[in-house]
Design a protein around this ligand. Structure first.
Ligand SMILES: [Fe+2]
Length: 410
């Protein structure tokens, strides 16, 4: 466990030797009211999965479509949840690690053929995002590209969609509490987001017992995704102090559980910390993310590289990059985590992230990953520039900045 000071200790920790901690970047723009939306109904805790029949009944769902993947079926996680519904339930499990439009259309066909009236997204971010996209197309015309947030914003997505319950089986993505769905689209050649408060699942069931069987590598990679959500959302330029506090609390839970779940996956206490940290990360990124996610979305568009692993490699480099213009804000995060006892608080935060990566069973450089080519850095950088996440990065990014970050992480 990574030791952070107790809550009461943090507020009084001085930030000696660095710029005074301020709320730089966390003020509303004059004349531009901020909008805060809060998440969905959340059922949290060991054994919570048993509430699924009651949750679906509350939502009026009689014939659910379960969207999941083959690995979870093989792991035995799907049958116990589908069982109570007998023949009323359908299962769609052909979801890729980075879900594609074809995955969504195939799932939509199953939904319609079986006469379903609600959706259960069961799995990591991929099945849950695929379930959200199926849910969208049940009632919305056209193709997914018509709802590309970077082109059309949130307006085209209406609330009239079938009910959906999200059940995460990893502690990372936060999609169970998020408003977006990321799908690889042929028209854009990249992972493309549809975003709307209406895409929040009707309910999320977060049961840490479902994560007890995760491998050390997947526990580390998904955990680093959650950790990156909390860091990037805290640093994002959007004014939302509610989410700032949630991000800090998410980091406390993640630091508490991360190393333990890697080395002792059977610890329900640590799994519970991670699931709460991931949930809080998913809520915190309602205020936006940053350059790490734009780069990892771009690199993830190329193949099967795990999103969380990419984030883990890129995060220390992005923190260094952001210090040029967001130093007070990085220092503020470091101080709120209790890292400002001596000297350079923000430097301690960068070092901490590097130390976390060293202590986890993850690759440390992009060059260690299969399926990526250094020659294609300009292409990856161009895709990253089209992604929405860097719009709220505390330091504006150019294509050259993106290329430089990828070079340093290679
Ligand atoms: Fe992420």
């Amino acid at each position: 466990m990574l030791n952070l000071p107790p809550d009461g200790d943090v507020a009084s920790v001085p930030v000696a030797g660095s710029a005074p901690a301020t709320l730089a970047g966390a003020s509303p723009a004059p004349g531009a009211p901020s909008v805060f939306t809060f998440p969905n109904r959340i059922v949290f805790g060991a054994g919570a999965a048993a509430t699924l029949p009651a949750e679906l009944a509350r939502l009026g769902v009689q014939r659910p479509l379960f969207v999941t993947d083959a690995g979870l079926i093989a792991a035995g996680l799907v049958d116990p949840l589908v069982g109570p519904f007998d023949s009323r339930a359908s299962v769609f499990s052909d979801v890729h690690a980075n879900p594609t439009e074809d995955d969504v259309l195939s799932g939509l066909a199953v939904y319609r053929e079986a006469g379903c009236d609600g959706i259960v997204g069961l799995g990591g971010g991929s099945p849950i995002d695929c379930a959200k996209a199926i849910r969208l197309l049940v009632t919305h015309p056209g193709r997914l590209v018509d709802y590309d947030f970077t082109r059309v914003g949130i307006e085209p997505i209406r609330p009239d969609m079938p009910p959906m319950v999200a059940i995460p089986t990893t502690a990372g993505t936060g999609s169970e509490a998020g408003r977006g769905t990321l799908i690889q689209l042929p028209q854009t050649g990249r992972k493309t987001i549809a975003l709307s408060p209406h895409l929040l699942p009707s309910a999320a069931i977060c049961d840490p017992e479902l994560t007890l069987g995760l491998s050390p590598a997947l526990s580390a990679a998904t955990g680093m995704d959650a950790l990156t959500h909390c860091v990037e959302s805290f640093l994002s330029t959007t004014f939302n102090p509610i989410c700032d506090g949630i991000a800090v609390e998410g980091l406390r839970h993640l630091f508490k559980g991360l190393e333990t779940v890697v080395h002792d996956g059977s610890s329900l206490e640590a799994r519970t910390s991670m699931m709460m940290g991931a949930l809080l990360g998913g809520i915190s990124f309602h205020k936006g993310l940053g350059v790490v996610h734009s780069l990892s979305h771009a690199l993830g568009s190329e193949g099967r590289v795990h999103h969380g692993t990419l984030n883990a490699i890129l995060l220390p480099h992005a923190l260094r990059f952001n210090r040029a213009t967001a130093s007070p804000r990085v220092a503020e995060l470091a101080r709120r985590l209790g890292l400002g006892r001596s000297g350079d608080a923000e430097g301690h935060l960068v070092t901490l992230m590097e130390l976390v990566l060293i202590r986890l069973p993850l690759p440390r450089r992009l060059g260690d990953l299969e399926g990526l080519s250094r020659d294609r850095i300009p292409h990856y950088a161009a895709l990253a520039m089209q992604d929405h996440c860097h719009r709220t990065n505390p330091r504006p990014c150019t294509q050259a900045d993106m290329e430089g970050l990828l070079e340093r992480a290679w």
